[in-house]
Design a protein around this ligand. Structure first.
Ligand SMILES: *[C@@H]1O[C@H](CO)[C@@H](O)[C@H](O)[C@H]1NC(C)=O
Ligand SMILES: *[C@@H]1O[C@H](CO)[C@@H](O)[C@H](O)[C@H]1NC(C)=O
Ligand SMILES: *[C@@H]1O[C@H](CO)[C@@H](O)[C@H](O)[C@H]1NC(C)=O
Ligand SMILES: *[C@@H]1O[C@H](CO)[C@@H](O)[C@H](O)[C@H]1NC(C)=O
Ligand SMILES: *[C@@H]1O[C@H](CO)[C@@H](O)[C@H](O)[C@H]1NC(C)=O
Length: 497
């Protein structure tokens, strides 16, 4: 039965196909695909043999295969279930019978035909020009294209296109990247349209390996996404030397890194520009704190080149106490300065007798740390400086400046000295006693002490003769006794005071 009808229609079609301008024909596609939930527009134009008097009033009606009205040009005559969903888009008086069916459902699938009522002329059903509507659940895949690889700064042109059959509400495009957008609509056959969005932007290294996404939203809410990874070629940037601190005498491994596409090749240069090595790494064996030159690396690719900043190795070594370290007196105050060279900087402290003392102040300039100690050294002759860092330690013993103590004693016992001078000048008894007892007292430190002596010394010096040498030593020794211990002389003077 169906076959017979089909054959019948085919026969009709073949017979009617060579349409003349004024015959009862309608130009519609035989089938149109629509997206579920979206709209479908059936392009339609009809024709009729021109009557003597042109018709003025037109009424158009679309029927489904159950001969049910689905759309009436007088909307009030459209059944409720189609009322808000179907619409005659064209101008009937201009022979345009295009129909839109919105919010497409599965039940809309089927065949439709058009009927025209021309007042004061005739009524005609174009039942030979049936149109079949089919509903698809998902849109066809998006056609997405963008250059595989671009150079930084070049214009990227990406295009995203889809097919649809709802030209009234064409799909909207949303791009993941900003840029200039162009929209194109192209009419195809069978009610199909091709919607294309073209995005153009200047490529940037920040786009490299980023997804460029095109999102298409169809009327009705269905959407689909496609994306491609952008590949941007750019010259090296962020050229850096990576390395770790290395102990003196060991081997340093330097690595150069950069951000580039395609990957960089590397060269190493000394500060003066001399080529040291080619390759991403550079090895320096037996590094020393002194012999390290500054180096930099250069990264090169097809797009350009860049260099790192100049870097100096951080060579670590244990402390080395400089021989210029010393104890000295300044404004009657004894200070000990311990100058230590090391990397990383050392901790510096002092040992006085059995006490460990923190440095009074500590100053670090580059690899040099200076610890200063200022304290009451009492009667100690030596102080030790200890320096340590993570790699080791060092120590140095300082002789405390004895002269300074002596000077203090002289001032402190000024009265005693005056008494002593009086004694030297007037009485020989004490002196003799002293001479007798301290005849063999060592006088080794005399020279140094004299150099630092207060002005009192020349006062009695001229009065002395060579024989008085021992009297002199006696008083010197007295002063020195507080450092070196007791003598008979000391005792006697005290006794006399
Ligand atoms: C019919 O009308 C529709 C809607 O206005 C329009 O898009 C279409 O181009 C017209 N068709 C013809 C053949 O003029
Ligand atoms: C790449 O983008 C950054 C910031 O987004 C900009 O500063 C730079 O100039 C851009 N480079 C090029 C070549 O357009
Ligand atoms: C390492 O260098 C030092 C001098 O900087 C040298 O005395 C020593 O022999 C060197 N060691 C080796 C293994 O080359
Ligand atoms: C130095 O030695 C002291 C005492 O032994 C220790 O507490 C300190 O951590 C050491 N400092 C370093 C940098 O090794
Ligand atoms: C001082 O250094 C020497 C080696 O130079 C070492 O034998 C000694 O133990 C060190 N003294 C202290 C108190 O660290």
């Amino acid at each position: 039965m169906v076959l017979q009808w089909s054959l019948f229609f085919m026969y009709i079609c073949i017979k009617v196909t060579p349409t003349e301008a004024s015959s009862w024909t309608a130009a519609v596609p035989s089938s149109v695909k629509g997206l579920l939930g979206s709209c479908v527009v059936i392009p339609c134009s009809y024709n009729y043999p021109e009557p003597q008097k042109s018709p003025q009033t037109f009424t158009g009606i679309w029927y489904n295969n159950d001969n049910q009205v689905i759309c009436h040009s007088d909307a009030s005559q459209t059944p409720a279930q189609f009322w808000s969903r179907t619409k005659l888009l064209g101008d009937l008086s201009k022979k345009n019978c295009s129909l839109m069916i919105d919010k497409l459902t599965r039940r809309d699938e089927g065949t439709f035909h058009f009927r025209i009522i021309m007042e004061a002329y005739t009524v005609f059903s174009y039942s030979k020009n049936k149109i079949s509507v089919s509903v698809i659940d998902e849109p066809n895949p998006t056609d997405f294209s963008v250059q595989e690889e671009v150079k930084e700064g070049q214009t990227v042109s990406a295009s995203c296109s889809v097919f649809h059959s709802c030209p009234t509400y064409p799909p909207s495009f949303h791009w993941s990247h900003s840029g200039e957008q162009h929209f194109q609509a192209q009419k195809l056959h069978d009610g199909q349209w091709k919607a294309t969005s073209i995005l153009m932007f200047r490529s940037n290294r920040t786009d490299h390996n980023k997804l460029l996404q095109c999102r298409v939203t169809y009327h009705g809410g269905k959407h689909q996404e496609t994306s491609k990874t952008l590949k941007v070629q750019y010259a090296p940037v962020n050229v850096k030397v990576e390395y770790q601190s290395v102990n003196e005498g060991e081997t340093a491994h330097l690595k150069c890194s950069s951000d580039a596409n395609p990957v960089s090749s590397y060269e190493w240069h000394s500060e003066t520009g001399a080529l040291l090595n080619k390759g991403q790494t550079y090895t320096m064996s037996n590094v020393s704190r002194h012999s390290i030159e500054s180096v930099y690396c250069t990264a090169v690719n097809e797009e350009g080149q860049d260099r790192s900043s100049t870097m100096k190795l951080n060579v670590l070594y244990p402390p080395d106490i400089r021989t210029s370290s010393k104890c000295f007196s300044e404004d009657d105050v004894v200070k000990c300065e311990c100058i230590v060279e090391s990397r990383p900087p050392s901790m510096v402290h002092f040992v006085l007798g059995d006490r460990v003392l923190q440095s009074t102040s500590i100053e670090t300039v580059g690899s040099v740390t200076t610890g200063t100690l200022q304290t009451d050294f009492g009667s100690f002759k030596f102080v030790h400086c200890l320096a340590n860092n993570t790699l080791g330690n060092a120590n140095l013993t300082f002789l405390l400046p004895a002269t300074d103590n002596m000077q203090n004693i002289f001032i402190a016992s000024g009265a005693g000295v005056i008494v002593l001078i009086i004694l030297i000048a007037t009485g020989v008894g004490v002196v003799r006693k002293c001479r007798g007892r301290s005849g063999e007292t060592p006088t080794s430190d005399l020279g140094t002490m004299k150099a630092e002596r207060p002005v009192e010394l020349p006062r009695y010096a001229p009065t002395k003769r060579k024989e008085d040498r021992k009297d002199m030593s006696c008083s010197d020794i007295y002063a020195n006794d507080h450092l070196y211990g007791n003598t008979d002389c000391d005792e006697s003077i005290y006794n006399n005071v």
